[in-house]
Design a protein around this ligand. Structure first.
Ligand code: COA
Ligand code: AMP
Length: 631
């Protein structure tokens, strides 16, 4: 079976245009593409440039037209509100068409941007698909981000409308969206015209009659609208992700390649058939949610689960098993941290024993490196393949994986297996030479990237070129470091920039440092991600105070923690800020974050030859010990 993978992989690399033009036949086009790849202006490649299609048509209407209208498209399961709903493809088409009509009535047209700031409810998916139906570009913002982050996305996208809800629910706390929206719009320079707000059953809020519209009022007299024809290279969405500065990067997705690639992955990467029930336990605010809660399963005509809850505490560590068993889920995709959380609460799998999981065939993990302990624990409990795969917001689908639909390869714990067809993955050393097997280096992908990956950044072609395509000309720089072994397995070990991964959430330490530097008593600071048993990594802040500051250190720390919560958001899980005397630096003034991290994690570290004063390392060690951070 492994030969099947190898054959398909080789063809995708040797004859990418033939490969993808065949794959593209599986998609509905108003006009079939005849130009498969335009490589005239590297690194800006265009896939399927003369094709005409529509994302919503492929996700919804096509299945109704093909006689599958009565099939369940979405199962909404919300243990946090104790509610469930099943939506057929026909019902989804009706609801999306009407909401698309409501958007048209608000003068939202092809190319306009809509921010979606919503909890995990069916209306959020309807909002995404309605934008796609009329050719508006959506930008979903994760609910755990603070008003500042929302404001920067409003400004960068120049959104004409915001689609939101009265609240979101977190265990033990209701998140009121309106104050966050209000604050974000106040901070933003660009002001969206309108806001449509979905009122949740048990949490109705008062709306401002001037520019806030109740979702139900918006759809009351709206007329359903049909899908508009879109060029394959028009944009489907912008999804902002952490960059190396406080300004997030707007990853754009073009329409044609997105449909072609994602639909293909459902069978080939995940071995899912259109009659299967598929579950991605993530959030629509992240790329995993965009691709695998919403688009890919719907393009493929499957049933997708929309889960509003947590792996533990809603109500217990058995909720994943309950959902798999109740809805007959074939495969689950989540982040390793979710399994670590379940393992912590229920190490012996007592909850698991209560359910019949005979429908379940495989577990896919991504978002952070799946540590071998977690994989082995999940395997011993579930007795199905546990597959780690590696990908990024930039690509929207897996770069390397054990492709279940092409015949599983041997599992090597800690590796994200082999490059997925379409991706020519290499390891390069800092001198630009290709690394030998097992030699560490930067992980890069030879251009052109396959369809569905980012063709550019929103309004920032130069930044796209400079940030991703310049260090190694002809290659996409992933900012991950790792190696490829003698069997061609890819091992992703760490980031090479300031990104940390907290519970599968991608965050920039640079952006947190920018916030901390705004504290009036802070002269200098460093934020780094230290390892954490549950969340993978957790940020800690090290603060150097300005001379003469008399305030209690504890108070300053508390204020700093609150600042990150308010400006970045609770999702940063920033709970530790400690005042220290000096930061270790190189002679040229670079803070030795990597060395501090190694000290904190109890790893062996070398004293860097360029350090200006090695005694500071002992001082830092003592500080970390005092704060119970030293492992
Ligand atoms: N809206 C508002 N706040 C949110 C939020 C949302 N959508 N999502 C998370 N938060 C808040 C949480 O309430 C929490 O706030 P607190 O500091 O007041 O407790 C904070 O952000 C951190 O949240 P979270 O990362 O969910 O941590 P947790 O300790 O509540 O739960 C896990 C830990 C492991 C259970 C949780 O991280 C999880 O389910 N992870 C799955 C990973 C995942 O889906 N990754 C997506 C990429 S695949
Ligand atoms: P995001 O764009 O939020 O999906 O985050 C992408 C980053 O998460 C990658 O660049 C990696 O650093 C990390 N990541 C995702 N999946 C994996 C994996 N399977 N193994 C190791 N790192 C991963």
């Amino acid at each position: 079976m492994e030969n099947k993978y190898q054959k398909i992989y080789d063809r995708s690399i040797q004859a990418p245009q033939d490969f993808w033009s065949e794959v593209a036949k599986d998609v509905f086009w108003y006009k079939q593409p005849t130009k498969i790849l335009n490589s005239d202006n590297p690194p800006f490649y265009k896939w399927f440039e003369d094709g005409v299609t529509n994302t919503c048509y492929n996700a919804v209407d096509l299945h109704v037209k093909n006689g599958n209208g009565e099939k369940i498209a979405i199962i909404y399961d919300s243990p946090i509100t104790n509610s469930k709903e099943k939506i057929t493809y026909s019902q989804l088409k009706d609801r999306v068409s009407i909401f698309a009509g409501a958007l048209k009535e608000q003068n939202i047209n092809k190319g306009d941007r809509a921010i979606i700031y919503m909890p995990m409810i069916p209306e959020a998916v309807i909002a995404m698909l309605a934008c796609a139906r009329i050719g508006a570009i959506h930008s979903v913002v994760f609910g755990g981000f603070a008003a500042n982050e929302l404001a920067s996305r409003i400004d960068d996208s120049k959104a004409k409308i915001i689609l939101s809800a009265s609240c979101g629910y977190e265990p033990g706390r209701t998140i009121e969206y309106k104050p966050l929206l209000k604050k974000a719009v106040e901070i933003a320079n660009h002001k969206p015209d309108k806001c449509i707000i979905y009122q949740r059953k048990d949490f109705k809020i008062e709306l401002d009659t001037k520019n806030e519209i109740d979702w139900n009022d918006a759809i009351k007299d709206a007329k359903p609208v049909e899908c508009v024809e879109m060029n394959a290279n028009d944009y489907a969405y912008i999804l902002y992700t952490s960059g190396t500065t406080g300004t997030p990067k707007g990853i754009v997705r073009d329409i044609g390649g997105h449909i072609v690639a994602l639909k293909w992955t459902m069978k080939n990467v995940y071995n899912i058939n259109p009659d299967d029930v598929w579950w991605s336990a993530s959030d629509i605010g992240w790329i995993v949610g965009h691709s695998y809660i919403v688009y890919a399963p719907l393009f493929h005509g499957c049933t997708t689960i929309l889960f509003e809850g947590k792996p533990v505490g809603t109500p217990d560590a058995g909720v994943f098993w309950r959902i798999i068993s109740e809805h007959k889920v074939k495969s689950l995709f989540t982040a390793p941290t979710a399994f670590r959380a379940i393992k912590k609460e229920d190490p012996n799998g007592n909850f698991f024993k209560k359910y019949d999981l005979s429908s379940f065939e495989s577990l896919f993990l991504a978002g952070e490196r799946a540590d071998p302990d977690t994989i082995k624990w999940a395997e011993s409990l579930l007795k199905v393949p546990v597959i780690d795969h590696w990908w990024q917001t930039e690509t929207s689908w897996a770069i390397s994986a054990n492709c279940a639909g092409l015949g599983l390869s041997k599992i090597k714990y800690g590796s994200a297996c082999k490059p997925v067809p379409g991706y020519d993955v290499k390891i390069v050393k800092s001198n630009g030479e290709e690394a030998k097997p097992n030699e560490m280096g930067d992980v890069v992908v030879k251009l052109p990237l396959p369809p569905g990956t980012f063709p550019t950044l929103w309004n920032a072609n130069q930044k796209y070129k400079d940030n991703y395509m310049s260090t190694y000309p002809g290659y996409y720089q992933t900012y991950d470091a790792g190696h490829i072994d003698e069997d061609g397995y890819v091992w992703i070990m760490s980031r090479t920039d300031d990104i940390i991964n907290v519970a599968g959430h991608r965050l920039s330490t640079g952006a947190m440092e920018e916030v901390l530097s705004e504290h009036k008593d802070v002269a200098e600071c460093a934020v780094l991600g230290i390892s954490d048993k549950l969340k993978g990594q957790l940020p800690i802040g090290l603060l150097i105070l300005k001379a003469g500051v008399k305030k209690k250190h504890d108070e300053i720390s508390k204020e700093c923690i609150q600042m990150i919560r308010e400006k970045v958001g609770p999702v940063a899980a920033f709970k530790t800020a400690m005042v220290i005397k000096r930061l270790p630096k190189t002679r040229s003034g670079k803070i030795l974050r990597g060395t501090i991290k190694k000290i904190a994690d109890g790893e062996i570290y070398k004293i860097p030859p360029t350090i200006d004063d090695p005694t500071i390392l002992e001082e830092i060690k003592e500080d970390l010990r005092k704060h119970n951070i030293l492992k």
